[in-house]
Design a protein around this ligand. Structure first.
Ligand code: SF4
Length: 306
């Protein structure tokens, strides 16, 4: 299916000429917004698992995690090469030597050709970025920063523990080393309407961001957001509202930005609301239909600065 936006598969095909797939790795990290360095509460939507698969706590090494997921993914998606995606918690929150051994282990797995490192913008020292830049001499290396919103008041409300300037500083230092950056954004955050969400789109467009991941704010068990939801203090977006916002957002991004995700993937046993978040394919089709109905595409409302 041809997408009206530059998705990750298209990017990989342009770059490598064949299918490449990201494989999720749980490296058993933690996060300064959980371990008491910044806070013990975490972001309002995050539970103690920090989006982890739990593989590390079950004693499964990075090598085993990658080997175990390679075969079914290769069969299902006909992928020939893989990117190790360090997803759970904050994957630069450790001494450089420890990080180097984790990343080395991932890159030693056959057919793993790169790294994608999910982290917080306040957890990247220059030494860590230098380390990543060294891997980038021979591998594809992306850095994925949780921004979530370009509104400081929202970041405070969701207890992110960093502000927007922290993100732009990390972005600048990462790009100085030639590393592409993917920004994670959540649509439907408390206190945000269409105006605030599209401000985030324009903010990222003005930075000519390399990649974006769009997530729906869903409520999972064991979070402070779940408590607010049960108290009637927070409502989720409905499916059509979300799909319209995704299209609005992508229309405002530069055509070159790689749209790495357009919705999230909650674990069914953890999800509190909205139920439609489990129907990912339906959401993807709805987004496609809206683009078609509008006759629009990525970049339609992008206005380069200057
Ligand atoms: S930064 Fe990530 S792991 Fe840490 S509390 Fe927030 S969502 Fe959870």
């Amino acid at each position: 299916m041809n997408k009206p936006y530059r998705d990750l598969n298209s990017y990989f095909r342009e770059r490598f000429g064949h299918r490449v797939h990201k494989l999720t790795v749980d490296a058993g990290m933690t996060c300064p917004n959980r371990d008491g360095t910044l806070s013990t509460k975490g972001c309002v939507y995050c539970n103690a698992a920090g989006s982890g698969t739990g593989a590390n706590s079950r004693g499964i090494s990075i090598r085993e995690q990658l080997e175990n997921s390679k075969i079914p993914v290769a069969r299902r998606f006909k992928a020939r090469k893989f990117i190790a995606y360090f997803q759970s918690y904050t994957n630069t929150y450790a001494p450089v030597s420890k990080l180097a051994s984790l990343y080395d282990e991932a890159l030693s797995v056959r057919d793993v050709i790169g790294l994608s490192i999910g982290t917080r913008p306040d957890c990247v020292s220059d030494d860590i970025l230098d380390l990543l830049a060294r891997y980038a001499r021979h591998h594809l290396v992306w850095v994925e920063y949780g921004l979530q919103s370009a509104c400081n008041s929202t970041l405070q409300k969701i207890n992110r523990g960093h502000d927007v300037t922290c993100f732009t500083d990390a972005l600048t230092r990462t790009r100085q080393r030639g590393l592409p950056v993917c920004a994670h954004v959540i649509l439907g955050l408390p206190g945000e309407g269409r105006k605030e969400m599209l401000q985030t789109a324009r903010f990222l467009a003005d930075l000519s961001i390399d990649g974006v991941k769009l997530h729906l704010l869903y409520v999972i068990k064991g979070t402070s957001l779940a408590k607010r939801y049960h108290e009637g203090d927070f409502q989720c977006l409905d499916q059509s509202e979300y799909a319209e916002l995704v299209c609005d957002f992508i229309e405002r991004l530069p055509p070159e930005t790689v749209i790495q995700r357009v919705t999230g993937d909650p674990h069914p046993s953890e999800l509190v609301a909205p139920n439609w978040a489990l129907r990912k394919q339906e959401t993807l089709e709805l987004i496609q239909t809206i683009f078609q109905k509008r006759g629009s595409f990525q970049g339609l409302h992008y206005r380069p600065q200057g």
